[in-house]
Design a binder for this molecule. Structure first.
Ligand code: HEC
Length: 190
């Protein structure tokens, strides 16, 4: 009886210990979960861009891109556009797919492509797709327009966004003017 009681006691302690360890392990697995989500997006961009990627940007807005636009690589942008073509056509007169046709989108009013059913969030947001708006939207669509139905994580690297926007700019009969020195200075907050 005595020995059995002791055994039960030890068994109890053992089980309690195991439960505790399981709990700790479980917490370790669960807690960093929110961070994982962010990292998952970074995987899309394997090459290490020391300058851009290393310096964790302040949570505020996306890094400026206007200064990069003049020398941005529209051909690289066209390659990046493969990330978009599941949902968008870039050609003139291109049909709407999951997303609206993107011909002539730079400096266009938001949400005006004929026959496309935009989210209320985007329509109510309003304004134009100027370079700053495109930069913010393409960096993280849902952070810029909360409630947009564009399900795309975003282009994290400023150079990628600049290249993408350089390509978008070319998809027009008369491409929008590149940013002026004043606009570049205003964007970088200097
Ligand atoms: C999974 C589908 C999907 C992908 C991928 C996607 N988009 Fe979109 N995009 C949409 C949808 C849907 C909308 C409409 C959003 C709304 O109404 O809220 C949209 C809207 C836009 C708009 C606003 C157009 C307008 O007429 O106001 C731009 C600009 C845009 N997308 C650019 C891009 C670019 C550039 C890429 C690739 C880097 C991309 N999108 C990737 C689905 C997508």
């Amino acid at each position: 009886m005595d020995e059995l009681g002791l055994n039960k006691l030890f068994a109890g302690i053992l089980v309690a210990g195991l439960l505790l360890m399981t709990g700790v392990k479980l917490a370790e697995v669960l807690v960093p979960h929110s961070e994982l989500e962010q990292n998952a997006y970074v995987i899309e961009v394997p090459e290490g861009d020391a300058a851009g990627a290393a310096a964790a940007p302040a949570a505020k807005g996306p890094e400026p891109i206007m200064a990069l636009l003049a020398s941005a690589d529209a051909v690289a942008g066209e390659k990046l556009a493969k990330k978009c073509t599941a949902c968008h056509v870039f050609d003139k007169g291109g049909a709407n797919k999951v997303g609206p046709g993107l011909w002539n989108v730079v400096n266009a009013d938001k949400g005006v492509v004929d026959g496309f059913g935009y989210s209320n969030a985007l329509i109510e947001f309003g304004g134009q797709w100027d370079y700053a708006a495109l930069n913010a939207f393409l960096a993280k669509p849902k952070a810029y327009i909360s409630g947009t139905k564009m399900n795309f994580a975003g282009l994290k690297k400023p150079q990628d966004r600049a290249n993408m926007i350089a390509y978008l700019r070319q998809q027009a009969d008369s491409p929008a003017a590149l940013p002026t020195a004043e606009q570049i200075a205003a964007e970088s907050g200097s």
